[in-house]
Design a protein around this ligand. Structure first.
Ligand SMILES: [Zn+2]
Length: 279
């Protein structure tokens, strides 16, 4: 057995916390979500944002379904619209929690697809994004949600200026303390990223965006249906390489695919009533 990669050092501040903000879900055929899944079964894809509170600046990881989600659905071509259940958008959950949204210093998106950015225009905080993902979003003919608001929304680009991190060649340590470390995973989209979070409790998370839609993609090494890999991924081989990197460290960090609500289990809700499960 190969030696496990040791966890990189992190000194998260004691006041750092994370919460989940489920904003709704949408239906996907099980056979589309995972190779070998049933054609007759439907799975609910979670659209959940994560709020990381950090004394150097709070960060939202993905923005979920926003107040404009119906408008965003209408902007998609018919074949990409999905049956969905809208919960409470991030902006409303922050308000319900008595959280001043001006404390939010950035919205760190795993990638620019509609179901990750629909909630962005409800908020004033800049989107933390790579140049590669800005370029990707501009080229999308079928998903124009990000580019519908991004000319008027502040973007803050970052680069991978740090060294290797848990098997990934490059990284960006957001606050220099190892608590929020971003690595490139340019397979699902050409600017997709994975966000590693280290908490003062010692817990470690990997928010892997859409590297896999279901936990089985990591736990059982099952990929997406080939048709969906063809349709949804920019670089199928890179998705496999990065998925295998995550599989190699899955004993060390809690892996959270963006759409699998099982991955979020145990992360406290910011607002209790917003946490009702998908229907
Ligand atoms: Zn997605």
């Amino acid at each position: 057995m190969p030696a496990l990669t040791p966890l990189p050092a992190a000194t998260p501040p004691v006041t750092m916390t994370i919460h989940q903000l489920p904003t709704g879900s949408y239906s996907t055929k099980a056979n589309m979500a995972l190779r070998g899944g049933s054609r007759r079964e439907t799975v609910q894809f979670a659209a959940t944002a994560v709020l990381v509170q950090h004394p150097s600046g709070d960060v939202l990881i993905d923005a979920g379904l926003g107040r404009d989600v119906e408008k965003h659905q209408q902007m998609l071509p018919g074949y990409r619209r999905v049956e969905h259940r809208v919960g409470s958008p991030v902006v409303d959950q922050l308000a319900a929690a008595g959280y001043d949204p001006h404390r939010l210093s950035g919205i760190l998106i795993t990638h620019s697809h509609w179901d990750h950015v629909s909630g962005v225009p409800d908020l004033a905080a800049p989107v933390l994004i790579t140049a590669a993902e800005v370029t990707y979003a501009k080229k999308q003919g079928a998903d124009k949600i990000f580019t519908s608001f991004s000319p008027g929304h502040p973007l803050r680009e970052y680069t991978f200026d740090g060294g290797p991190y848990l098997g990934f060649a490059q990284s960006h340590d957001l606050y220099g303390d190892g608590s929020i470390v971003i690595v490139p995973a340019a397979g699902h989209t050409t600017g997709s990223v994975i966000v590693f979070v280290a908490l003062p409790s010692g817990e470690r998370y990997a928010f892997i965006g859409d590297l896999t839609w279901r936990l089985e993609g990591i736990e059982k090494n099952i990929e997406r249906l080939f048709l969906m890999r063809l349709f949804a991924d920019s670089d199928r081989k890179q998705v496999t390489v990065d998925r295998e990197r995550i599989i190699a460290i899955a004993d060390l960090v809690r892996v959270v695919p963006a759409h699998d609500e099982r991955g979020f289990a145990g992360i406290p809700l910011l607002v209790q009533e917003a946490g009702r499960g998908p229907v």
